[in-house]
Design a binder for this molecule. Sequence first.
Ligand SMILES: [Zn+2]
Length: 216
Amino acid sequence: MGEWRRFWRDAAADAAAFLLPVDCAGCGAPDTALCERCRAELRPRPVVRALAGGIPVHSALGYDGVVARALRTLKQDGRTALARPLGQALRASAAAAGVGPVLYVPVPTSRPAMRRRGYRVVDLLLKRAGLPASDLLVVVRATGDQRGLRRAERAANVAGSMTARPAAAGRRVVVVDDVVTTGATLAEAIRALRAAGAEPVAAITVAATARRARRS
Ligand SMILES: [Zn+2]
């Protein structure tokens, strides 16, 4: 049932992409999914930050301009062709983490988001990065929209929202998400994986938001 729906949706999306002209997801230039200039903006420049608790998070791109528009277009408009260059950026984040053999565990998507799109964005990005996704995390509690929340509110919003499958026990894992903002979601994923006996060694994302100046 779900498989069939996905099949027809994918077929319809492919047909639409073939028939309808597309504009560049970065700048709106006509007749290209991503123009040369915007493609250059997606060239990875990995940076690393530490999450609370000291786990490093490696990100290939800054979440603004062309990068933010390309990620939003992939998520909201289902323009899956964009997963290829963004997946390459994610691959660069994984290379920068340099952690050896691990399982790559995507931050789970809520059911409504998954149903709306028919696929998981982070799983698709991992696939395009050539890295196998291990779906070891499950959403156990729906969370409100993180946008517009401050750091402490974000942490409270996601606390206890995930659990890890028993298969996570004893495995070295890297948590994967599309964007890191405050790190609250990644921290919750790491907590859930540790609770199941896994050993999180790093997190990777396609992009990171600029760190805002701390208000006193
Ligand atoms: Zn462009």
